[in-house]
Design a protein around this ligand. Structure first.
Ligand code: NOJ
Length: 579
């Protein structure tokens, strides 16, 4: 397949999917916002064929799985998370055949496909809701959470604080209030009704039959409501997710589920379930994400270290999902009030940069376009426990447009090349684009084609780091252990296929990596303690500066490493001579 305007893409030998039930542990995910990624038919809206035409680029980059946010028919009042038909595709994105072709073409390139499943709510335009309003005694009368007044569940917080004042909205037609955790045009489904559970299972079956490899489960903490609680993470909600997982394991084994549960570590962990009642395969680690940003400004690794220490172990079937940015605001729900204020001060000095409880900005501008910080943030992302998820456009340092409403600030068209509409849409009138292109001087001309031509670009850096990560699967599946470092600026941790105390063997299969990151904007020298690796030698597999020799671990199990400002190093540990 040719990629117009994107030269020099050496073919990547990726002959189809590897039969590997654990693929998600070592996978790198990429969130491709369909409507803004690539427009194949010139209507100004990205589509399935457009995304398919860019699969070679994603394979070249080293992406193992794409996550496609909702593409179902929708009034688009919440970026498609307001679904009006669960088993259709919005014609603006193409046809069901186009979707199936995309899945096939992705699989041919060894790329898996994860789609979004919004179980908590529908759009108010969904026929279920329309029927529920019209006919309280009819088959859909009990599909939503209705009440005669708005007094129940008063302890549930409001999530979209910028727009909503209550989680109840009054429906004139039915003469009752309905419950909604998000926008008032997104009524929550009533999971106390077994028919809702059956209907939702049918929807998931429908999409699983298309051959998708997994589902991102949107907003799952809020499925069930109970009086006297905050209506989050309730046992009934976990029971429903375990039920969904049980169905998938029985009927579509190997299909993964990824939890979007923006919660504290101990509450997120519950979404993995237990070995006896598994729930999700992966959970996004929301609390660690803002701490990568705050640590960079504090010049200390303490916040990252503390949140990882506070993260309970997860069952063997699970894997964290890590990310720096996504299509939403950089959420600050999982930080303390003091941390939030500092984050706003550092990263959102203008009021327009904020949305709800978070910051609606892109990665590169957030980090002041600092190459050193962008590298360090990615290196951390790729070495912390979990499988990383990249956000489209961040690999070329795309900018934001804070003059667009809400989270559209970070959802503008992908910039491919210097042709019409930056290669996003060959012949659409610029006024017809799904969102306007970035026009900010420093960011308007950035594009994939230029980044490909420039060997030192962030894009090439990222491609190289993804290759290194692929060569060291221990970064995906190995145990994680924080290590004491003499300088608070340094985050030191090991990823090991063998438990600490076991052999640091020569083979990849029993590999140990020692990862070091200097969060400070000054060079530092730190002593790191790895007692069970005493006497081992190291070999650098990734470093911010290639000049220095790889330090050895002394007989007392100490390694002294010099790191440049915002520097990093991944060291492969091998038994020393005589060990
Ligand atoms: C989480 C999604 O990521 C976000 O974009 C959406 O607005 C809410 N769920 C509500 O569906």
């Amino acid at each position: 397949m040719s990629v117009p305007g994107v030269p020099n893409l050496p073919a990547q030998p990726r002959p189809g999917l590897r039969p590997d039930p654990d693929w998600f542990r070592t996978a790198v995910f990429y969130e491709a916002l369909l409507r803004s990624f690539a427009d194949s038919n010139g209507d100004g809206v990205g589509d399935f064929r457009g995304l398919a035409s860019r699969l070679d680029y994603l394979a070249w980059l080293g992406v193992d799985a794409i996550w496609i946010p909702p593409f179902y028919p929708s009034p688009m009042r919440d970026g498609g998370y307001d679904i009006a038909d669960y088993t259709g595709v919005d014609p603006r994105y193409g046809t069901m055949d186009d979707f199936r072709a995309l899945v096939t073409q992705a699989h041919e390139r060894g790329i898996r496909v994860v789609i979004d499943m919004v179980l908590n709510h529908t759009s108010d335009a969904h026929p279920w809701f329309q029927a529920s309003r019209r006919d309280p005694d009819g088959p859909y009368g009990d599909f939503y959470v209705w009440a005669d007044d708005d007094s129940s569940y008063a302890d549930a917080r409001i999530i979209f604080v910028d727009t909503e004042r209550s989680n109840w909205a009054f429906d004139e037609l039915r003469g009752q209030y309905y419950w909604h955790r998000f926008f008032s045009h997104q009524p929550d489904l009533n999971y106390d009704n077994p028919e809702v559970v059956d209907a939702v299972h049918e929807v998931v079956r429908f999409w699983a039959r298309t051959g998708v490899d997994g589902f991102r489960l949107d907003a799952i903490p809020y499925l069930v409501e109970r009086e006297g609680t905050n209506c989050e993470n309730l046992p009934g909600t976990h029971h429903l997710i375990a039920g969904l997982r049980e169905m998938l394991d029985r009927e579509f084994p190997g299909t993964i589920t990824i939890a979007e549960a923006n919660q504290w570590p101990q509450d997120v962990v519950a979404y993995f379930g237990t070995p006896q009642a598994p729930e999700c395969t992966m959970c996004f680690h929301f609390p660690v994400m803002p701490r990568i940003f705050s640590s960079l400004r504090e010049g200390e690794a303490t916040a990252i270290r503390e949140v990882l220490q506070a993260t309970p172990p997860i069952p063997p079937h699970g894997q964290w999902g890590t990310f720096l940015r996504n299509h939403d605001e950089l959420t600050l729900e999982m930080v303390t009030e003091a941390e939030r204020e500092r984050m706003y001060h550092w990263y959102a000095p203008q009021a327009r940069m904020r949305a709800n409880v978070g910051i609606r900005r892109r990665l590169a501008p957030l980090l002041g376009d600092s190459r050193a910080e962008l590298e360090l943030a990615h290196v951390l992302l790729l070495s912390l426990p979990g499988s990383p998820c990249l956000y489209y456009g961040d690999e070329i340092g795309m900018g934001e447009n804070i003059w667009l409403p809400d989270r559209d600030a970070v959802r503008t068209p992908m910039q491919w090349d210097h042709s019409a509409n930056m290669g996003f849409s060959a012949c659409a009138d610029p006024a017809e684009l799904t969102l306007p292109l970035i026009s900010a001087v420093d960011y308007a001309e950035r594009c994939v084609a230029d980044a490909l031509e420039e060997p030192e670009s962030l894009l090439h850096f990222l491609k190289d780091v993804l290759r290194v990560r692929r060569e060291h699967p221990v970064l995906g599946r190995g145990d994680f252990h924080l290590r004491p470092a003499s300088d608070a600026a340094v985050l030191a941790h090991t990823r090991a296929d063998t438990p600490p105390g076991g052999d640091a063997s020569e083979t990849n299969d029993g590999e140990t990596l020692l990862c070091l990151a200097n969060l400070a904007n000054r060079p530092c020298e730190a002593v790191v303690e790895v007692p069970e690796l005493a006497g081992c030698s190291t070999h650098t597999v990734l470093a911010a500066d290639s000049a220095t020799a790889s330090p050895a671990i002394d007989a007392r199990g100490r390694l002294t490493a010099a790191l440049p400002a915002h520097g990093y190093r991944w060291l492969r540990v091998s038994p020393g001579e005589g060990l």
